[in-house]
Design a protein around this ligand. Structure first.
Ligand code: PMP
Length: 363
C-alpha cells in the first residue's frame, strides 16, 4: 500500500520526502548538540551556519551577480504587497503593475494605499486566461518607480514565459509559486519575493532577493520591520527570524542542488506538467485547460471536465484513490493540480493515468 497520498495542494504543498526524513532524524538532536535547532539561539553558530548556507545556496542556484542580497522576512508574500510601495513608491512616482489575476490584484490593491498605481497591461479582456504580451506592457520610465509582475498566477494557472525589460525601470516579481522551478536570468530583476510554502519549504519565511542599489532612497519614517534596509544591514537577524522554516528551506535548497539545480528541475517540471496537459489536450474536449497554451503554468494546471456532474465524480474518485488537493481555488472552481518542485513524477503520471481511465469509462 502507498504510504503517502499524491499531494497536489497549491500551498502549503508537498515537500521532498528526503527533506522530511532528514528533518525527522535531526528533530531531537541536531548534529550532536542534544537539542533541536528550534531550541537554540538564533545567534548560535549552528543556526548562523544554516542561515548563511541558505543565502549562499540561493546565490548559487540563481547565479546571482554581485550586488544582490538574500533576505529572510516574515508576514508572507502578502506583506511584500505593502512593503514594496512603502519602500519604493515616492510622491510623483508611479507603481506599475501587470494585472494577470488574483494575486496581481492583491498587490495592486495594497499599492493603491500608498501612491499612484498604474496598470501597465492587463489580461482582463481574456478573463486572465492569457498573460499579456510583453510588447503590450506600457510604462512611462520618467515616472515609474518600478514595474511589478506576478511570474506565476497560482489561482488561474498562468505563467510568464519571458519577462519584460524596461530601461531604467526596476523589475519586481512575485515568484511565490514558481521560484526555483526553472532557470531565470536573475540580473533582470531588482527584487524577487516569494512565500516559502510552495516551492521552498514550509510557511513562515518569505524570501526577498534584491539588488542593493534599489534601497538607496527608502523613506526614513518606515517602521524598522517594514524597511528593507533593516534586513540588509542586519543580515536578516535584526530580530528573531523563523529559524525552523529557514532550516527547512536550507534542506530543500540542498535537495534542489542534488537534483540538477534549476535546469534539472525545469526538465523534471516540464515532463511532469506535460503528462497532465497531454491528458487534457488528447481528450477531444472531455477535459479543457483553463489557460491558453502560450501562458500555461508548469506549476498550477487548471482544467475542467465538460460536464459538471462528471467533474464532481472525478474529484470523488481521485479523493478515494488518495489524490489530494485537486479542487480548484474557490474563486474559479473546477480542478487544479499543483505540480511544484517536490511533487514526484510518479504522482503526475498517476494523475494522468487516472484522468485517461476516467474518460474511457465516462466519455
Ligand atoms: N502571491 C502568490 C502568487 C501566491 O500564490 C500567494 C499565496 N498563495 C501569495 C502571493 C500570498 O502568499 P502568503 O500567503 O505567503 O502571504
Amino acid at each position: 500500500m502507498r504510504i503517502r497520498p499524491y499531494n497536489f495542494y497549491a500551498g502549503p504543498a508537498a515537500l521532498p520526502i528526503e527533506v522530511l526524513e532528514q528533518a525527522q532524524a535531526e528533530m531531537i538532536d541536531y548534529k550532536g548538540i542534544g537539542m533541536s535547532i528550534m531550541e537554540i539561539s538564533h545567534r548560535s553558530k549552528e543556526y548562523e551556519e544554516i542561515h548563511n548556507e541558505a543565502q549562499q545556496l540561493f546565490k548559487e542556484l540563481l547565479k546571482l551577480p554581485a550586488g544582490y542580497k538574500v533576505l529572510f522576512l516574515q508576514g508572507g508574500a502578502s506583506t511584500q504587497f505593502s512593503m514594496i510601495p512603502m519602500n519604493f513608491l515616492s510622491p510623483g512616482k508611479t507603481g506599475n503593475y501587470v494585472m494577470t489575476g488574483a494575486w496581481a490584484d492583491k498587490a495592486i490593491q495594497e499599492a493603491r494605499k500608498f501612491g499612484e498605481t498604474v496598470i501597465a497591461a492587463s489580461g482582463e479582456v481574456n478573463n486572465y486566461m492569457e498573460i499579456p504580451s510583453i510588447s503590450d506592457i506600457q510604462v512611462n520610465p520618467q515616472k515609474a518607480a518600478y514595474l511589478h509582475i506576478t511570474s506565476n498566477e497560482t489561482i488561474n494557472g498562468s505563467q510568464f514565459h519571458s519577462f519584460p525589460h524596461m530601461d531604467h525601470v526596476p523589475l519586481i516579481a512575485d515568484m511565490s509559486s514558481d521560484i526555483l522551478s526553472r532557470p531565470i536570468d536573475a540580473s533582470q530583476f531588482a527584487l524577487i519575493y516569494a512565500g516559502a510554502q510552495k516551492n521552498l519549504g514550509p510557511s513562515g519565511v518569505t524570501v526577498v532577493i534584491l539588488q542593493e542599489e534599489i534601497i538607496r532612497n527608502i523613506p526614513a519614517h518606515l517602521p524598522a520591520m517594514l524597511n528593507y534596509e533593516t534586513y540588509t544591514q542586519h543580515n536578516s537577524l535584526f530580530n528573531t527570524p523563523p529559524v525552523y522554516s529557514i532550516y527547512m528551506v536550507n534542506l530543500v535548497l540542498k535537495w534542489i542542488k542534488q537534483h540538477g539545480g534549476l535546469a534539472g528541475l525545469e526538465k523534471r517540471n516540464t515532463e511532469k506538467a506535460k503528462l497532465i496537459y497531454d491528458a487534457i489536450d488528447q481528450s477531444g474536449g472531455f477535459y479543457t485547460g483553463m489557460v491558453k497554451p502560450n501562458s500555461r503554468s508548469l506549476m498550477n494546471i487548471t482544467f475542467k471536465v465538460h460536464n459538471e456532474q462528471l467533474e464532481k465524480l472525478l474529484l470523488q474518485k481521485a479523493n478515494a484513490e488518495h489524490f489530494i488537493g485537486l479542487e480548484g481555488h474557490r474563486s474559479v472552481g473546477h480542478l487544479r493540480a499543483s505540480t511544484y518542485n517536490a511533487v514526484p513524477y510518479e504522482a503526475c503520471q498517476a494523475l494522468a493515468d487516472l484522468m485517461i481511465d476516467f474518460q474511457k469509462r465516462n466519455g
